[in-house]
Ligand binder design. Structure first.
Ligand code: NI
Length: 259
């Protein structure tokens, strides 16, 4: 069930049988010459809705704006500051907590969300730890869809080092499946396999821990960060989506049952 398609009476009835909600969190940013700007929100939303259907769980509205300052040199990218996103996560969670929700399962589609969302969770718990709030605190968890073992195995098997870090063939495959007709043509030169990222770069820039927009665009002028986007097919996207949902379905159920 989608929160945006429910009435308040239906949400009230849902709360009588479950206190858990799934929250898709993505980004609105460039994804290379053939990837859609909305890729991270589209993928997170699709996986979240699949997990919701699998568990009969409510899915909240997608947080589709995020921290993407490093991509601001590319037209179409919108970025929140990290502090803004932390405030949004806080207010989203505490709004629903006030009405009885207790477990918040974030399904993530954007690397930079990991550090920021987890920092926001810590600040939420701190409000209880410091004695500013009474009663039981909420619990929040974030999972990136590509980290579910079933999806991770497929992307390693299919794409290897070509998966790279941004505008990955995995995410492009999923949007090819989710948005029919979204194939884009680009010159063979634009779609040539990018240089493999050095191990030191992967170590230092994991989770989209990039420098400023000017530096980032100079280093990655077409927007791909070591990813061979052109390897993607819609059929792979369908299988990746199913794999991520299968992984998330069990993981969400376990989160809800945790004591
Ligand atoms: Ni992405």
């Amino acid at each position: 069930m989608q929160l945006t398609h429910a009435t308040w009476c239906e949400v009230s009835a849902y709360l009588a049988q479950s206190k858990a909600i799934i929250v898709p969190i993505g980004s609105t940013e460039q994804h290379g010459p053939i990837g859609l700007i909305g890729t991270d929100a589209l993928t997170a939303t699709a996986v979240a809705h699949g997990i919701g259907e699998c568990n009969g769980a409510l899915v909240g509205p997608t947080l589709s704006l995020s921290v993407a300052q490093f991509n601001l040199g590319f037209p179409g990218t919108i970025s929140l500051r990290a502090s803004t996103l932390m405030a949004v996560v806080n207010d989203y969670v505490l709004s629903l907590k006030r009405q009885g929700f207790e477990r918040f399962y974030f399904v993530n589609g954007h690397g930079a969300n990991v550090a920021v969302a987890k920092a926001a969770f810590q600040d939420i718990y701190a409000q209880w730890s410091l004695g500013n709030m009474t009663g039981q605190p909420p619990r929040c968890r974030l999972r990136s869809w590509w980290d579910y073992p079933q999806a991770d195995a497929l992307r390693k098997q299919w794409f290897g080092a070509g998966e790279g870090m941004h505008a990955t063939p995995s995410e492009i495959a999923m949007t090819l499946h989710l948005v029919p007709g979204s194939e884009r043509k680009a010159s063979p030169q634009a779609l040539a396999a990018p240089t493999q990222l050095p191990a030191a770069f992967l170590r230092d820039h994991g989770g989209d821990n990039h420098w400023d927009a000017q530096t980032h665009q100079a280093a990655f002028p077409d927007g791909r960060v070591g990813s061979d986007s052109a390897l993607a097919t819609a059929e792979q996207g369908k299988q990746l989506l199913e794999a991520a949902i299968a992984g998330g379905c069990d993981d969400f159920a376990a989160f809800v049952m945790e004591t």
